[in-house]
Design a protein around this ligand. Structure first.
Ligand code: GLN
Length: 539
């Protein structure tokens, strides 16, 4: 079968969930046996989101091949169970960089380099890159931003050209919003009509409309939208708010989105998608009555997208353990020795979040000391693991000045230090230790037990590491370095074996948890938290 290209654009407002609609469609096509990948084109100038503050753009996701990517790639992986790579996320910055490099090499043979055709050709080349590998039947391309933005114009122009070139092997899904005006008790279709008009103005006729809405849109109203927008009535689909993003594939399938996409791209739909394991997950989620309470100690509490992959991984683990996840975000800047017991006592397990810089770090030490002394299941991720090491050094080894050189470059007790290969690096973009690396786990450790294996591979994003000069002192005092990189001896996992569950990982296991293959270390942590919760309740 020829590769089919599905474009997903958005209108009216941002944050409508293009990523979830793209992921849900991919999930359904995958469940029908097709080979699918999703890619995101972001209209901003940054080369990648690696240098963006989480306040700007939420979590920075990391692919196996070490690309710092938009958080939507996390959804793509969680819904499809297919790893993404650097090719799945392209920004305006990358497009321009590549065109300018070609210009400097002289590739354009004296021509004036312009947005059309040079930038658009470069965008088109990137859109088709994964399709040309022959590895996929469907390439879903999400165009970031909203129709009408100045910066997304070259992307839309490229989509227009590709629709023309690819004919039936492509289609466009446009996602819009149908607001409910409470005072008038009415749903309003005008913003959708305007948004489709804007898309038509740049030469794109959407084939399918997906309408985000809080209330059921009556069939009559959907027919009206179809009429105004030149879209077939059965191709106007509503995406009504549901209590979990993982139900969106089901609501989309309920309105035949997958079949419509197949028919419109010239493929005859056969049978039904095999959603067995997906439905099993939904059943566990819906039937869970008891709760597991997890506290996440971090500095971005008002911005939950900053910890998206962690919260989703915890959700996968809790659901599989047939529990509802009650995830409480605890502001690390506000934690003190005086209030820590009150803030953490209700929790069955604590996560110490990843991060950068000094802000909020002392609160993480306060939380860790309390968790360690009270033997609460505790999971430190990346900076969280480094904080575990520092807290242990200060309060158990008596190294009062212990710190990471990230926070105090002058500390004499640099238990966390800059990695050797980082010392000569000055650029910030894309220069951390990124992507998947192997880790050997000590047989018999809780970490090895969690994975059921002693060789694992997980993704990374850091510049600092455990300082091996201190290793024997930690081991003697009871904090074991149970995971290390076989090539460099970099410490990947620490744990206190005597505790219920006290593990820190230098890597980010949250990047590799999907609905169909949840990450084992989160499963193990949640299991320990449930057991602790039951013990506290005297069960
Ligand atoms: N700031 C720490 C480092 O660079 C931890 C990074 C993180 O938590 N992702 O090593």
């Amino acid at each position: 079968m020829e590769t089919k290209y599905i474009f997903v654009t958005g209108g009216v407002v941002s944050s409508l969930g293009k990523g979830i609609i793209s992921s849900s469609l991919a999930c359904l096509l995958k469940a029908r046996g097709y080979r699918v990948t999703i890619q995101k084109f972001d209209p901003y100038i940054n080369i990648d989101p690696g240098t963006l503050n989480p306040y700007e753009h939420g979590e920075c996701y990391v692919t196996v091949d070490g690309h710092e990517a938009d958080l939507d790639l996390g959804h793509y992986e969680r819904f499809t169970n297919v790893p993404t790579t650097r090719a799945n996320n392209v920004t305006t910055g990358r497009i321009y960089q590549s065109v300018i490099d070609k210009e400097r090499r002289g590739d354009y043979l004296g021509k004036t380099v312009q947005i059309v055709p040079h930038i658009t050709d470069e965008i088109k080349r990137n859109v088709k890159y994964l399709g040309n590998t022959g590895n996929f039947d469907f390439i879903i391309t999400e165009i970031g931003g909203t129709v009408g933005d100045i910066e997304s114009l070259p992307f839309l122009e490229s989509v227009r050209q590709l629709r023309w070139e690819l004919g039936q092997n492509s289609l466009c899904i446009h996602l819009t919003y149908v607001p409910y005006i409470a005072a008038a008790k009415e749903l309003k279709t005008k913003p959708t009509q305007h948004s489709v008009k804007s898309l038509q103005e740049v030469g794109i006729q959407p084939d399918i409309l997906v309408l985000r809405t809080e209330k059921d849109i009556p069939a009559e109203m959907r027919r009206k939208i179809a009429l105004f927008c030149n879209v077939a009535p059965d191709s106007v689909i509503q995406s009504i708010d549901v209590n979990s993003i993982y139900k969106v594939p089901l609501t989309m399938h309920g309105q035949h989105l997958d079949e419509i996409v197949l028919r419109k791209t010239g493929v005859t739909p056969e049978g039904e998608p095999d959603l067995g394991r997906w439905l099993e997950f939904i059943e566990k989620m819906d039937s869970a009555t008891e709760t597991v309470n997890i506290g996440l100690v971090g500095k971005y509490v008002e911005l939950q997208d900053a910890y998206k992959s962690i919260s989703e991984s915890l959700f996968h683990a809790a659901t599989n353990a047939r529990r509802k996840l009650n995830l409480v975000y605890i502001h690390s800047e506000k934690l003190t020795d005086a209030n820590v017991a009150e803030k953490l006592a209700g929790m069955d397990g604590i996560i110490i979040a990843p991060g950068f810089g000094q802000r909020g770090i002392e609160g993480k030490f306060v939380a860790l000391k309390w968790c360690r002394e009270n033997d609460v299941p505790t999971f430190g991720i990346c900076l969280g693991m480094q904080c575990m090491v520092i807290e242990f050094a200060r309060n158990v080894l008596g190294l009062e000045d212990a710190n990471s050189t990230e926070m105090n470059p002058k500390t004499t007790q640099n238990v966390i230090d800059l990695m050797e290969e980082q010392k000569s690096i000055s650029n910030l973009g894309g220069t951390m230790r990124l992507g998947a690396y192997e880790c050997e786990l000590r047989p018999g450790s809780k970490a090895a037990e969690a994975y059921g294996a002693t060789t694992i591979s997980e993704r990374h994003r850091h510049r600092f590491e455990f300082n091996n000069d201190f290793r024997s002192r930690f081991e003697e005092a009871g904090m074991a370095c149970v995971g290390e990189n076989p090539a460099t001896k970099l410490v990947e996992v620490v744990e206190i074996p005597g505790k219920r569950w006290f593990i820190g990982t230098q890597y980010h296991p949250e990047y590799s948890s999907t609905v169909l293959s949840p990450n084992p270390i989160f499963a193990s942590f949640i299991k320990a938290a449930i057991a602790y919760g039951e013990e506290k309740a005297g069960k």
